[in-house]
Design a protein around this ligand. Structure first.
Ligand code: GLN
Length: 483
């Protein structure tokens, strides 16, 4: 059951070559075998998984099963799961059992998918290496001394090591695309509003978007069919029709106009990544696409703008963790202020505290206009850059990250250099656009990714552009040794 696409798993289940219980046992076995080392799961829900698999088998037997029924999936531990610990990678929520399912979880459950467990992540999704998790770092299956990327590092590593065929993630500034690139798999961040945020613990609400990891763009299309859609519980979810993303996967790329932002191909980009992207460009030319230089002049401002907006929103979102309603509470507080202070200082890790402090400062009287309003104005300009570019091109192509995976511990004492790993992904969140990362090569055994960016709600075109490339190349078929 290794190396099988979602379509192949669907076929095997529907033709009774394998049962969902067997398939689930197979992946649970792999988690047991490999995850002590990788640390990609925070919680494994073995019992519930086997029950869900038995239900899927019953549906398959009755002929009432949908396309994803019986196929395993892992949920990032940021999505609330009823009756199952939802920690968000934080000591603050180490004791939190969610009383309800996030809409995303509900949708996959209703489709008959089998949740294997909850994946490790940077605390409250803040990070680019998964080293900010209360549950310890996740290791990159391609090299255990390297980071898998973050914040959805657990989901990415679990898919790369084939402990699960698919996993969810969230992307506020790059947390799906960057770990997908660093782990050699495919990952999609849909348009802001395409996927419900209900029950997805908030980091920076105007940027957060749920999405997916899988081996290929084709698998992502099958999964997005279920995940996308309007949700009346999320006021920012958009009531646009959801197309069947699998139907247009094989559309010809003849005449597709692809933009290359000159700001993405600068000296800070690793030479070998630049070469791999050039090779992908050649491949696309053979497939009939045309290339056009474009400019996204405000790219350099996107990191500073993000690091005002994201901390500002997080300082407000994380105010709810006060030791009173839920989450960690300090022992023997001597008054209310002491309760707040100690519960929060004990419950939150260093990076989260740093962001809360920056955000609180940026929102304070006298600084609000100078920082927050200014950053919002930059955000508008960033969006304008993309709107202008999409008048000339259909898709934008570039690297996902400036370098391949780095060593565990290499950037932990230098937050600024860590923040720069998202230089190519963050502007996409500021603009609310969809982006996908697919494998395009290796540097000394470490995978690298190519990012495709689309205009709002053009996920189908992105998946098509990525799928046709994957049919012509084999980077996405490479697997880390030892798993
Ligand atoms: N690495 C970025 C940060 O630390 C983005 C994280 C994310 O997308 N959740 O904020």
């Amino acid at each position: 059951m290794l190396n099988k696409s979602i379509a192949e798993l669907n076929h095997a289940l529907h033709t009774k070559k394998i049962s969902s219980v067997e398939l689930t046992q197979f992946f649970l076995g792999r988690i047991k075998q490999f995850d002590t080392e990788l640390n990609s799961f925070i919680t494994v829900t073995e019992e519930q998984a086997l029950q869900a698999a038995a239900r899927a088998d019953a549906q398959l037997a009755q002929g009432t099963a949908g396309p994803l029924a019986g196929i395993p999936i892992a949920q990032k531990d940021i999505f609330c799961t009823q009756g199952v610990k939802t920690s968000c990678g934080s000591k603050m929520l180490d004791n939190f059992i969610a009383p309800y399912d996030a809409t995303v979880v509900k949708r996959f459950n209703a489709a008959g998918m089998v949740m294997l467990g909850k994946t490790n992540m940077d605390e409250f999704a803040m990070g680019s290496s998964n080293e900010n998790s209360y549950y310890g770092p996740v290791k990159n299956p391609w090299h255990l001394g390297y980071v898998p990327g973050g914040s959805s590092g657990g989901s990415a590593a679990a898919v790369a090591a084939q402990l699960t065929p698919a996993a969810t993630g969230t992307d506020t500034g790059g947390s799906i695309r960057q770990p997908a690139a660093l782990c050699g798999i495919s990952g999609i961040k849909p348009t802001y509003g395409r996927v419900s945020r209900y029950g997805m613990i908030a980091f920076a609400s105007s940027l957060d978007q749920g999405g997916l990891f899988a081996k290929t763009a084709e698998d992502l299309a099958w999964l997005l069919n279920v995940m996308a859609g309007f949700d009346e519980n999320d006021s920012t979810s958009v009531a646009h029709d959801v197309p069947d993303y699998t139907l247009t996967l094989n559309d010809s790329l003849k005449g597709l106009r692809i933009g290359l932002p000159k700001e993405f191909f600068n000296p800070s980009l690793d030479k070998e990544i630049a070469n791999a992207i050039q090779a992908a460009i050649k491949e696309y030319e053979k497939l009939g696409a045309t290339f056009h230089e474009i400019s996204l002049p405000n790219t350099a401002l996107s990191i500073p703008a993000y690091y005002v907006i994201a901390p500002a929103e997080c300082s407000s979102n994380l105010a709810r963790f006060d030791g009173v309603r839920y989450g960690h509470r300090c022992k023997n507080p001597h008054d209310l202020e002491d309760l707040y202070k100690r519960s929060r200082s004990e419950g939150f890790g260093k990076e989260v505290v740093r962001r809360i402090m920056i955000g609180t400062y940026a929102l304070s009287t006298g600084y609000y206009d100078a920082y927050y309003i200014k950053a919002q104005k930059i955000r508008r300009l960033v969006r304008q850059d993309f709107d202008d570019a999409f008048k000339k091109v259909d898709v934008i192509l570039g690297p996902t990250t400036p370098t391949p995976a780095f060593k565990l511990g290499e950037k932990t004492s230098d937050p600024l250099s860590m923040y720069l790993s998202d230089i190519y992904t963050i502007a996409v969140n500021l603009a609310g656009l969809p982006g996908i990362s697919v494998p395009v090569g290796f540097i000394q055994g470490l995978p690298i990714g190519m990012q495709l960016i689309g205009h709002s709600f053009k996920e189908a075109r992105l998946l098509n552009t990525a799928h046709v490339y994957q049919k012509a190349t084999d980077w996405h078929t490479k697997k880390p040794e030892g798993f």
